[in-house]
Design a protein around this ligand. Structure first.
Ligand SMILES: CC(C)(COP(=O)(O)OP(=O)(O)OC[C@H]1O[C@@H](n2cnc3c(N)ncnc32)[C@H](O)[C@@H]1OP(=O)(O)O)[C@@H](O)C(=O)NCCC(=O)NCCS
Length: 146
């Protein structure tokens, strides 16, 4: 298995995995994400990584460093990780996350964070298994509909 930065030709495979996992195709969203995290990422502390098994895209991860937001020193965030359901439980998710933590270590960042839904016990089990713990942060939200 190989983990490397995304290329334009990978995007259809990323979209296919996301559509399979979420049930919603979001092509325009992914094109924007590719422009922001794929093309423009060199030296910018943003990562859009794909995992390939036998040259096929089987998973992806998107993360970045956010500086001084939420009152926090520079901190890594992983905000998307997905593995093709047929390729799961063979270490691909762990390899993707390890690739991000290696990049963060290189840039001197010492903390990685994420947000997840209460109901998503699979992603919680995965992140816990990789060493992530409850953070000293509280997510808040409110309706802004008129
Ligand atoms: C979470 C996810 C990325 C894990 O990918 P994966 O390649 O299957 O994970 P790995 O094989 O590297 O597993 C690493 C560890 O995660 C945990 N884990 C993985 N799948 C699990 C499962 N089905 N149940 C419980 N724990 C699980 C295990 O502790 C595992 O370690 P082990 O193999 O030693 O038991 C994958 O299941 C996925 O894409 N899920 C949907 C993601 C999602 O909801 N994304 C939206 C929010 S960003």
């Amino acid at each position: 298995m190989v983990v490397r930065p995304v290329r334009r030709a990978d995007l259809d495979h990323v979209i296919a995995i996301d559509t399979l996992v979420t049930g919603i195709e979001k092509r325009q969203y992914w094109q924007r994400v590719y422009k922001r995290y794929g093309v423009a990422s060199k030296g910018e502390q943003r990562w859009f990584l794909v995992a390939l098994a036998e040259k096929r895209v089987v998973g992806f991860l998107i993360g970045e460093v956010r500086d001084w937001e939420f009152g926090s020193p520079p901190c890594g965030w992983v905000f998307a990780i997905d593995v093709d359901p047929q390729a799961r439980q063979s270490g691909i998710g762990a390899r993707l996350l390890a690739a991000l933590t290696t990049e963060l270590q290189r840039t001197g960042v010492r903390k990685l964070r994420t947000l997840l839904s209460h109901e998503n016990t699979l992603i919680l089990s995965f992140f816990r298994s990789q060493g992530m713990m409850a953070a000293p942060l509280i997510p808040l939200e409110m309706d802004v509909a008129p």
